[in-house]
Design a protein around this ligand. Structure first.
Ligand SMILES: C[S@@+](CC[C@H](N)C(=O)[O-])C[C@H]1O[C@@H](n2cnc3c(N)ncnc32)[C@H](O)[C@@H]1O
Length: 283
């Protein structure tokens, strides 16, 4: 079947609105796991006091909120996402953190509702690969950046470098509960090639493109914690698994515990490797 971008946009919005409660539950674990990625992005763009920063596909706004203090008091951060439910959790976090220079805007990163050359820095952690047209999103990102502005982004590396998702995906495929994504369609691992990422940034008109890989570790106290966290964070897995009869869910649970045995220590704790690509460039 051919890819229908509008059907994808509609389904993505619905699914991320639904995922927001799980992401909110897992916020602390996610914050720890993903901190090296945010720090790489912040170091690469070096936001300065007084600058205006836009976080795209921000989810709970983790990276943008780390930057808020760096650009304060005159500068500020716009935390944006397509999903209102994500931003409503993000708003609560900003209040809890006492941040007064963070605004929130529901927007689709493929058509950014902001003026040309109005932003100094764009940050987007694990967003572009999910979009129907990442090339259009990167072109529009460059449009809103002032000349000399900077971008930093992260996308997952290839699936086989990310066993935390490869093993569940394999289990579901072997059970006929999910299909391999068609090449060229959006998804968590759709931009997992440094060459493709560089090409997309250059084609969008960015200069001084830098692409690197970061090794990450998903650490959990037990398989049970990993299972809950995975179902909270991946709507696709959540729906594929939890729609099944109880006996089959128990089978999938047991099969996955076995698949993850190589990453499980004697005390039951887990350390599962993963790899993300990070990139920065100038507008
Ligand atoms: C994997 S989550 C990442 C959230 C956050 N950036 C982080 O790293 O924790 C992906 C987010 O991208 C958002 N998203 C996906 N496509 C989008 C689009 N076209 N425009 C704006 N947001 C989008 C989703 O709503 C979701 O909140």
């Amino acid at each position: 079947m051919s890819f229908d971008p509008n059907a994808h946009r509609e389904a993505s919005l619905e699914s991320w609105e639904e995922a927001a409660s799980g992401w909110t539950r897992q916020h602390e674990a996610m914050r720890e796991f993903a901190a090296p990625v945010s720090h790489w992005m912040i170091d690469a763009t070096a936001p300065q006091p007084g600058e205006r920063v836009l976080e795209l596909a921000a989810g709970l706004g983790e990276t943008g909120m780390l930057v808020a203090e760096l650009v304060a008091p005159v500068g500020g951060v716009i935390v944006s996402d397509q999903a209102e439910a994500m931003l409503s959790s993000a708003r609560e976090r900003a209040i809890a953190l006492g941040l007064s220079n963070v605004e929130f805007q529901v927007l689709n990163a493929e058509w950014i509702d902001l003026s040309v050359a109005s932003i100094d820095v764009v940050l987007c952690r694990w967003g572009y690969m999910l979009m129907a047209d990442p090339a259009a999103a990167l072109r529009d990102t460059r449009r809103v950046l002032r000349p000399g502005g900077r971008i930093a982004l992260a996308v997952w590396d290839a699936l086989d470098r990310n066993p935390w998702m490869m093993l569940p995906a394999r289990e579901l495929r072997e059970r006929g509960l999910s299909a391999a994504p068609s090449p060229g369609t959006p998804g968590p691992f759709a931009l997992g090639s440094p060459e493709r990422l560089r090409e997309l940034l250059e084609q969008a008109g960015f200069a001084e493109v830098r692409v690197e890989a970061l090794e990450l570790h998903r650490r959990h106290a037990s398989f049970e914690q990993f299972w809950d966290s995975t179902l909270d964070l991946s709507r696709q897995l959540h729906d594929a698994v939890l729609d099944r009869p109880e006996a089959e869910i128990a089978e999938i649970h047991a099969a996955l515990a076995e698949r993850f045995a190589p990453y499980t220590a004697a005390d039951g704790s887990m350390d599962i490797p993963g790899r993300t690509l990070v990139a920065s460039a100038g507008a």
